[in-house]
Design a protein around this ligand. Sequence first.
Ligand code: SAM
Length: 266
Amino acid sequence: MKSDGGGGLYDDPVVYDILASPGTAAELDVLDGIVATWAVLEDGPRLWLEPACGTGRCLREWAARGRRAVGFDVSAAMVRHARRRLRRRGQSATAEVLVADMAACGHLLPPGEVDVAYLPDNSFRHLPDDRAALAHLDGMARLLRPGGVHVLGLSLTSPQGEPPDEDVWTASRGGIRVTQVVNYLPPGPDGIGPRLERVISHLVVSRAGVEEHRDHVYDLRTYTPRQWDALLGRSGLQRLACLDRLGTPRAGRDLPYQLEVLARRD
Ligand SMILES: C[S@@+](CC[C@H](N)C(=O)[O-])C[C@H]1O[C@@H](n2cnc3c(N)ncnc32)[C@H](O)[C@@H]1O
């Protein structure tokens, strides 16, 4: 089985979806605003693509909005789950899900077929090296229609180094309550490697009065602003805009997370 890079975190799509889904509609409203501003598609977007789609939370929302969508993920468990959820909602004719790798996505669909692609939440940083990252960006350049956009969300690393950080997320659905505490250990002399951020996830899953604890450890590749710019400069995509999580232009600010609006070079 191919690795999904999540150290087992993505092996239980039900639990992952409980954590990931809240706020999806508002997040895709922001994406719609970005597309309205930056894509140049006379007849509007026809096909929406989510690389590394996980449980398909965006696909379900796009389908609910009447859009034709395709998602893919390297994890067969995620793809099975996403298909099942779409089928249950009667959305299978509008949205389809495939097993595929971000680094080999250029021939997944006919060239120029995709109008909007959305790769949020640092999933891009699962790609292990420049070769895989470039293969993804070039693959997307092949798939995008001229005038279409690939909106890629990532956190960059300060070249000066960063302190360890922590996030805590809690969500509930159908009698299951999930809390996730995530610790991020930055690269550097005490870290795991020169370009790897170590992510340590502790999940508490409570159902029917029983509490289960699960630990997952995985690494995400890091990019300083200079490394990201250099990689992008070698790819078939160019930056149209750099925005914050709400779609507001960066305008010189240091952002903890940014949405890169990318388009074909030609
Ligand atoms: C943080 S989750 C995001 C899922 C989804 N995009 C969302 O926002 O809910 C990252 C996903 O990336 C997938 N993934 C990791 N490496 C991948 C690769 N090389 N190609 C395709 N999917 C990959 C994992 O299986 C997982 O579902």
